[in-house]
Design a protein around this ligand. Sequence first.
Ligand code: EPU
Length: 351
Amino acid sequence: MIKCSEAVKELYIMIQYNNHSIKEFHTFHTDARTRLLTILANEKEAQQYLSKPAESTNRLVIGGGSNLLFTRDFEGELIQIDNKGFEIIEEKGLWVWVKVAAGENWNTLVQWAVEHGYGGIENLSYIPGTVGAAPVQNIGAYGVEFKEVFNSLEAIDLADGSKQNFYLQELDFDYRYSIFKGSLKNKFLISSVVVKLARYPKVTLDYGNLKEMAQSMSGKKIPDIVDVRNAVIAIRKTKLPNPDELGNAGSFFKNPIITHEHFDDMAELYHDIVSYPQKGGGVKLPAAWLIEKAGFKGFVSGQAGVHPKHALILINLGKAQGGEIYQLSQLIQQKVMEIFGIPLEPEVIIL
Ligand code: EPU
């Protein structure tokens, strides 16, 4: 077993704040407060803390806060685990299994993997958030989903502090979905994740202009994982605002799936329609296309807006209240429904 960095901190250094601002704990950076904020340093401490009776019945585990919209103060307890560390638990044949602390930054893991020549997550470069949050919503980008590299995870039961292992079949992974958004919502704190990466990686290049971008940036006909990571970062930087500069939570809505009949009707009216036929039936449409067609790209309402370079990104222009962003999202849903008869479902968790 190779220890790549400190995997377990033994010190007990839990931090708790009462009535605390959460502006820096979520990427929309709207101003809201939480009744209680608990930051746990490691798994052992988390187990001990969660085995005690809860101070509030309304508890929410947060990672990097990159998928949350607080429309009001949080009347309960927000819990975060800030553990760090990578550990290679096995390296055999085609694969390497790496255990990663949930509090690690996701992009740090991708960078580490690419630097070590391990493939599978390079297309998920530069996604904000923590490793522990990645399985919750099965993060995905540029033709790859987290579930493809998932091996297992350890999670602590919020009700009694006991630890459980979860394996692939149990997680019900789907498009931006896992059981932790369904029947196990708000029931567990994920403390570590094991990913299975490729020691002899094959790159995935069949999304949009990724292949052309990776080839032209690297000057290679067959780009490697470093080239793919560089290309993904470049694409994301041109389209997606950095949440540290302009508050946002990535895609605000999921891409909707409609019937073939509905799609045919739309295709007659809109010759530039973009679509992705689904294996399981139906046609997926980019929500960004619908929102742009509805006239919202670059739209501003008070301190909330729609990003001028990508219509699926709602932004905080600086001093937005969460409620303002929520109202804008409702207006978008209403207009898209009116024009296209398509309901848009938020990807972001609205609190
Ligand atoms: N488009 C527009 N107007 C725009 C932007 C895009 O019409 O302003 C159209 C274009 O035709 C484009 C298509 O929408 O080809 C798709 O756009 P993009 O490639 O940017 O992907 P997306 O469907 O908007 C999804 C994920 C992103 C992920 C990208 C790349 C969802 C909800 N979002 O976005 O994930 O990075 O694909 O794979 O599935 C996130 O979840 O927060 C996220 C950013």
